[in-house]
Design a protein around this ligand. Structure first.
Ligand SMILES: *[C@@H]1O[C@H](CO)[C@@H](O)[C@H](O)[C@H]1NC(C)=O
Ligand SMILES: *[C@@H]1O[C@H](CO)[C@@H](O)[C@H](O)[C@H]1NC(C)=O
Ligand SMILES: *[C@@H]1O[C@H](CO)[C@@H](O)[C@H](O)[C@H]1NC(C)=O
Length: 598
């Protein structure tokens, strides 16, 4: 397969429309795909890249295929000119709009960035990027693979998947089980497995990586037994499956809201779904835009769900259990993992959806923090009817006891709280479980901790001294600006940030090559694998050395969320003579004494 593909890779050097644009042509299992050859310069080094943009991997998910699992693309009837990005999946309006983007329900396309290589060269590792955006917004063309591919000599693939209602509507039964977006990702990964050798990719060295909901996505994929053999490594940047924002128990209620609005029959799933398949895309866009901004339900209205096929165990608690289901364990333990967070993730708490209308003006007093902000966070993240003692415990933990009334301290503690509850705690749960079951012991943790100088990403934002959510992204992609969003990108890195970016690309692509971020290109960091006992992590910062490998980041707070708070809540609930499995961590025995779950 590989040899045949190699033989077929040929440079045609055909001049098309514009002068000095060369095309390249690859013969894949689905037919001939033509791409572009371009020059790339990063940190003074020039190289050539072959780009194949907008390759369909599934049939357009429209009409009767709306709210269905993707159907593989049938073979191409004629050669495909894969010269530009294709449609962006429909999503809520307002955040990522650009006149240069075309939104369409027909959006299941992927993009390939392959460094120039000679036919006799070794096959290259492959990195498949899954974008984030809360399963609600985002598109792959924000992430241009030029720099990462050429700097690390890997093939970078970016893929689309359906979002929000199109990706995750469910009736809570077999009629519309949900998770079409996860199936899309799986199909793209399968497509890569089946076809990437023709582009010079090594199907034995496939890494999937993503950020935020993309990071949750790669973890969802890492726990899906049907992916066995399709990829070998994962990099999860700020997100896992247990985060409160990755699933929504009200999914099917929201399907009914939508149905009522569209004047569909709502009590019969079959009737509801076939009616919603005919609703205009514009109405769906309006609905998700309203629902996402209007918070009719937080988290976002349509998210991954337990469907019994892709997701068989409640993702919120899968890592709390002492054992993973056998088949899940088989795939998860076979993978190598890097996962980490940014030091200022909790800055997402400085946003309207977390109860802060204006971050710049935000200086909460103690009463407001205790009576409003913490209870709101508990309601959003842990649910309704959590005993009051949970609030007291969180307030106690997130008080700076040196100066508890100082507004800046209160704001900083508030931001830490959101970081811990949204990202940091689940990072530990994921790594604890992985390092326990991993066969290779390739489990690595990082904390990205810089005070950035570049002037904002996507939106210019007020300065915040730690690294905000998503600000790792420009570093992983070498600060390459996407053409279609040029006007929205406010990135201009300093020299040291560009160099740090090169180092991060080296670590990530080392890992894609060997499962070990320290080799083959040794940066002298000696990044030690993570274990539950030692908790080693790499602190990514300006001017990294081996002393950046540290231990037990934020461990006290991780213990608070993982071990202490669930016990406090369970015992309070049991004491009130009510059995509950709130956090699914304990159950009340007949005598009302709590016993921890096995
Ligand atoms: C969205 O909100 C606007 C303004 O409140 C309202 O007029 C419109 O009917 C809503 N549309 C949908 C589909 O919910
Ligand atoms: C605390 O902040 C809240 C909300 O901003 C405000 O309503 C309240 O008056 C403040 N209390 C004190 C004692 O300053
Ligand atoms: C990992 O293994 C240790 C020792 O067997 C056990 O105590 C711990 O609970 C396990 N952790 C997880 C997250 O499975």
């Amino acid at each position: 397969m590989a040899a045949k593909a190699l033989y077929l890779l040929q440079i045609l050097s055909v001049v098309i429309g514009m002068p000095e644009v060369e095309t390249v042509s690859v013969n894949t299992n689905i037919g001939i795909i033509n791409g572009l050859e371009e020059d790339v310069t990063f940190l003074g080094k020039s190289s050539k890249i072959h780009k194949f943009l907008g390759i369909p991997f599934a049939e357009p998910p429209i009409g009767k295929l709306r709210f269905q699992n993707p159907v593989p693309k049938s073979p191409l009837e004629e050669p495909l000119d894969a010269f530009k990005h294709n449609n962006v999946c429909l999503q809520m309006l307002g955040l990522l709009d650009s006149k240069r983007l075309t939104y369409d329900e027909d959006c299941l396309y992927l993009n390939i960035y392959a460094p120039e290589r000679k036919p006799e060269d070794k096959l290259l590792p492959v990195m498949v990027w899954i974008y984030g955006g809360g399963f609600t917004i985002g598109f792959p063309d924000m992430y241009i693979g030029d720099h990462l591919a050429t700097q690390g000599n890997v093939i970078v693939v970016t893929t689309n998947y359906r979002l929000s209602v199109w990706g995750f509507l469910t009736t809570g039964d077999k009629i519309a089980p949900g998770n079409y977006g996860l199936w899309d990702q799986h199909m793209a990964i399968k497509w890569v497995h089946d076809n990437i050798a023709a582009f010079g990719g090594d199907t034995e060295k496939v890494t999937i990586f993503g950020e935020s909901a993309g990071s949750s996505s790669v973890m969802y994929q890492a726990l899906y037994p049907g992916n066995k053999g399709l990829f070998h490594r994962v990099i999860g940047q700020s997100g896992s499956v247990g985060n409160f924002w990755v699933t929504n128990e009200k999914n099917s209620e929201n399907a009914k809201h939508l149905g009522a609005l569209a004047e569909c029959e709502t009590e019969n799933s079959e009737a509801l779904v076939s009616c919603l398949q005919e609703v205009s895309a514009d109405l769906l866009v309006e609905f998700v835009t309203n629902a996402t901004y209007g918070l009719i339900s937080y988290p976002f209205p349509f998210l991954p769900t337990v469907d019994g096929k892709f997701v068989t165990t409640d993702p919120k608690h899968i890592f709390d259990k002492s054992d993973l289901p056998t088949e899940v364990k088989e795939i998860f333990s076979s993978l190598d993992i890097i996962s980490g967070v940014n030091s200022g993730e909790g800055s997402i708490g400085l946003s309207p959806f977390a109860g802060v209308a204006d971050a710049a003006e935000f200086s909460p007093n103690k009463t407001y923090f205790e009576e409003t902000l913490v209870p709101l966070m508990i309601k959003i993240c842990l649910g309704e009817n959590v005993p009051r003692i949970a609030t007291d415990a969180v307030v106690g933990e997130y008080t700076n006891w040196d100066n508890p009334d100082d507004y800046n301290n209160i704001r900083d503690e508030y931001v830490s709280m959101w970081g811990d509850v949204s990202f940091n705690t689940d990072l530990y749960k994921t790594l604890d479980k992985h390092s326990n079951v991993s066969t290779s012991q390739h489990t690595y943790m990082y904390v990205f901790d810089i005070n950035p100088e570049f002037n904002g990403f996507l939106y210019p934002v007020p300065r915040f001294k730690k690294l905000r959510h998503a600000y790792d992204l420009p570093f992983v992609f070498g600060f390459k600006k996407p053409d279609q969003l040029e006007e929205k990108f406010h990135v201009s890195p300093s020299r040291w940030e560009e160099r740090l970016s090169a180092d991060i690309m080296t670590l990530w692509t080392n890992f894609a090559k060997t499962g070990n971020p320290n080799s083959p290109e040794d940066l002298g960091l000696d990044w030690v694998p993570y274990t539950q006992k030692q908790q080693h992590f790499l602190q990514i910062s300006r001017d990294m050395t081996s002393s950046n490998v540290k231990q037990r980041w934020n461990a006290r707070r991780a213990n608070f969320w993982i071990n202490l708070l669930p016990k406090i809540i369970t015992s309070a609930v049991c004491e009130a003579e009510k059995c509950s499995d709130h956090l699914n961590r304990g159950t009340c025995a007949k005598d009302q004494k709590c016993s921890p779950s096995p």
